[in-house]
Design a protein around this ligand. Structure first.
Ligand SMILES: [Ca+2]
Length: 209
């Protein structure tokens, strides 16, 4: 290859690199993090969904309630669980929907994890209460072996959208899959959940320069 060709190839590569966006939605390991896609749950006939709510949200005379398409199951009896619709930057952070809840639930998305992995967790929240996202880490036999996440829920005190973000580390030799548990104490509205894998950290026993 001639020097001129090499220079040209390098230039094309560098241009291609500059055109690529720094981060894309595709980095997000969660599919429906904006809660825009929903499915219907029946509110009549002793349906399990309404039974699962402790006090019950006010669904009015509705026969069905929308829930996020990737909603999996409640843990315990949540006080509220409701898809809210509204304007971006006001009732919802972006798009046309967000999730108002007070309690604990799993989403269907699960992640493949290994000991030493790090994940960046990010979402927007507002309301009056505390919120947290944890990984429930399981081994290859699906047994829970550990949990990863902040030791305490994050306080949200404002009706303005607050960015909650932190790094979540997997410190578990048995780690194989992680379930994602969302938590709210108080009525919290959540939107734009993103989980991305962070760059690998050096092993703890790596020699320092
Ligand atoms: Ca949204």
């Amino acid at each position: 290859m001639k020097m001129r060709d090499i220079m040209l190839a390098a230039l094309i590569l560098s241009l291609a690199r500059h055109e690529a966006p720094a981060a894309t939605e595709d980095d997000n390991l969660i599919k429906n993090g904006g809660f825009e896609e929903t499915r219907e749950e029946a509110l009549t006939g002793g349906g399990h969904f309404l039974q699962a709510l402790k006090d019950g949200c006010d669904f009015g005379a509705e026969l069905f309630a929308p829930v996020p398409k990737n909603f999996d199951q409640f843990i315990g009896k949540p006080k509220c669980f409701k898809v809210v619709k509204g304007s971006a930057g006001k009732e919802v952070h972006s798009g046309g929907k967000a999730l108002l809840f007070n309690g604990f639930f799993y989403i269907q998305d699960t992640l493949t994890v290994k000991n030493g992995n790090s994940f960046a967790v990010q979402y927007y929240a507002k309301g009056d209460g505390k919120t947290r996202l944890r990984f429930v880490v399981r081994d290859a036999e699906r047994r829970e072996t550990s949990q990863a996440g902040p030791p305490k829920p994050v306080q949200v005190t404002s009706d303005d959208w607050t960015l909650v973000n932190y790094t979540l580390d997997i410190n578990d030799e048995q780690a194989y899959r992680a379930s994602i548990l969302l938590e709210a104490e108080g009525d919290i509205t959540m939107d734009d959940l993103r989980i991305t894998e962070s760059e690998k950290k050096p092993a703890p026993d790596a020699k320092q320069p």
